[in-house]
Every structure is written in structure tokens, then in C-alpha cells.
Write a protein that binds this ligand. Sequence first.
Ligand code: ATP
Ligand code: MG
Length: 407
Amino acid sequence: MANQLQPVRGTKDLIGEDAARHFHVIETARRVTRLYGFCEWQTPIFEDTRVFSRTLGETSDVVTKEMYSFEDRGGESLTLRPEGTAGVCRALITGGLTQTLPQKVFYAGPMFRYERPQKGRYRQFHQIGVELLGPASPLADAEAISAGWRILNELGIAKDVVLNINTLGDAQSRANYRDALVAYFSAHADELSADSKLRLEKNPLRILDSKDEGDKALVANAPLIYAHLTQDAAAFYDGLKAALTAFGVPFEENPRIVRGLDYYNHTAFEFVTNALGAQGTVMAGGRYDGLVEQMGGPNVPGIGWGAGIERLAMLIAAPPAMVQPVAVIPMSREAEGRALEILNLLRNRGIAAETGYSGNAKKRLERANKSGAGFAVLVGGEIRLKNLADGAQEDVTPETLIERLGA
Ligand code: ATP
Ligand code: MG
């Protein structure tokens, strides 16, 4: 089968246990974010390329190397979304919601990046995420982070994960810090990677996020932002730490967290694990107060995070077993119509039920046993309920059947 069609490199099918894990992550996140008052949005999977190129930063890895951009038949440059925040902010503006704040948004869906595929790194991957648009208070940051922490707890993986937080300060703090970084890295310019030489001119903060080993050695001794924070920025950071403590979210301060995208200020954070090798970041985000304005909207502050579903799905224990539908089995040809009525009745009452499509009663019962169903309903002259776990049987009326199956 040399010419059998293959999935595209870096993509994979979600089938069987992979699918069960994946959707368990999404369902858990949906339930938890509702506890905080988030509403689910879905924005298009492709956008005008400028939605991303203007916002993520011209020196970010995503924009320079990873975007799936193409021209459509009308000659427009479109891009498969590499992340969720820019699309949600675009939608906030398009939907006329910038005066109806706060907006607390949850999303789940596919993202696309042209990267070298490896464990925990794909070209089509999926994220859950939240965006909290409107409030400029560190309480909003703490709420978003707390929701993320609660999701990790409910997934049973909080024990494997550490929250690293940092501040990137406000505009003034960053300008101060930028000067300090330029002075430091300029003195070591010869030792910088080619990418980071460019970053030194365009966005020196980006060097702190470099994956190049030589750069990393220089970064280890680079000045920290804390000495350069304005009073306001320091107070914001203190407010975040106090609120996280009140919410019972444990954290570590890590001055090296700067995040890969350009639009962050104040809070930056990552939940990291040692359990996935190099792909250790499972959930990451920060504050992006200038983003909506940069996209042509009014000044709307925001905070959010995105988390890779594949990485979360690899960390969770086996997902809860699916309850198999009750098997409805006609005992003879003549009983088939009656069996369909019973099948319909069960579904009407919200009880999951299915029936085989062929074979005699014995065959169908064998299949029901194999499927892991808890009960079979044998429909002949009588209706008989059989507990497939212990073999116990009893004759029932339609009403007692519903009662026994617990609707
Ligand atoms: P990394 O440092 O691993 O490249 P990143 O900084 O590019 O991550 P973000 O843009 O912050 O990641 O995306 C948030 C989360 O999305 C990551 O923490 C990770 O869990 C997930 N993620 C990012 N890129 C991929 C990918 N190519 N495949 C699978 N998951 C990914
Ligand atoms: Mg990346």
C-alpha cells in the first residue's frame, strides 16, 4: 500500500483513549472556568494574517518561523491561528464589546505552528485558554491563574506542576530595564546568536527567552527587572502575590519568565513540569494591556493563558471509563419491533442504550458482554433485565425497567 494516504507531518488523529483523554481535559476546563464566570467563545480558525503579525511581535518565534500563512483564491493573506488571544481580542472589537466589560472568555480548539514535530510538539495542536478582558487589577490576574490551577488540580496533575511567576513591569519599568539589558548584552554582542543580535536591536527583552545554549549562558548573568520597576509596577506585582496567596495557589518567583510573544506586560507566568522532558511548559500566559488598542480598539486591559491539551492529556492518569450503553436484545425475529420501542423508551428517559444490528440473541448477548455494558434488556414475550456483572435476571415492566436503570 505504498500510495496509502498519510496524515500530514505533525498532525494526529484523536481516536480511542487519545480522544477520551483529550475531551476529558476540555470538559474539566469548561466546568471549572464556569465556576469563575467565564463564557465559552469560538473564533475562526483562520484570520487575516495581520491579526497575528501586528500583535505577536515581529521578532517572536511564532511570527518569524512558525506561522501557517497562505494566500486564498481572492489574494488575501490568511493565517491559521497559532494562538488564541489575538483572535479573541479581534472578536471583542468586531463584536462591539469593548464597552461591555469585563468579558471573561474561555476557549478550546486547534492551533497551528510550523515546528519540528516531537513528543509534546505538533503542527496542529490544541489549546484550552481563558482571557479576562477589562479589569486592570492584579485580582483579575490571580483569578485567571487560580482557574488554571484549579483545572490542573481537578485533572489530578497539580502535584507534578510548579507555577512560576514574574513581572515584566509597566511601560516605564520596561524602558528602564531595556536600557540596562542593552548595556549588558552590547558588551557581549560577539557572543550572541544571530537571532539575538537582531533582538538586541529590535526587542532586547526577547533575548531572555532565547533557546540558544550560548545565549542562555549570557542570560544567566543578565540584570534582573526588579531593580527597575516603578512603584506602581512593584505594587501591582505585590497585589498579585497577595491575591494568589489568598486563593491558596502556591507559586515560585522566576525572573527569567518573559514569554514568547511581544504583547505582555506586568504579569507573566508558566506552569511547568519535569514529567515531559524538554516540552515542560503546560500552561502559560500573562497580562497584555496594550493589545486591544494595538489592534485598533480602545484601551482594554487583559490577562489570559493558554494550555496545550496534548501535554495535559499525557500527564493525566487514564480518563474515567465511559459508561457503556445498556444493550437491548430482541430474543426473536417477532420481538424486534418491540425491542426498538423499548430502545426508544430508554433514550426518551435519558438512559444510554443501543442495540446490535444483526445476529441472533446469543451472538448479541456475547457482544454485549464484551462491550463492557452493565446491563442487557432481553425482549421476547416478556421483558427481562439482566445484570451482566453478576448474571442476575428479573422480569420487568417498562416502568420498573426505567426505575431499575435509574432515570
Ligand atoms: P514552547 O516553549 O514549548 O514552544 P510556547 O512558549 O511557544 O511553548 P505558548 O505560545 O505560550 O507556548 O503556548 C501555550 C502552550 O501551548 C504551551 O505551554 C504548550 O503547552 C502548548 N504548545 C505550544 N506550542 C505547541 C506545539 N507545537 N505542540 C503542542 N503544544 C504546544
Ligand atoms: Mg513555541
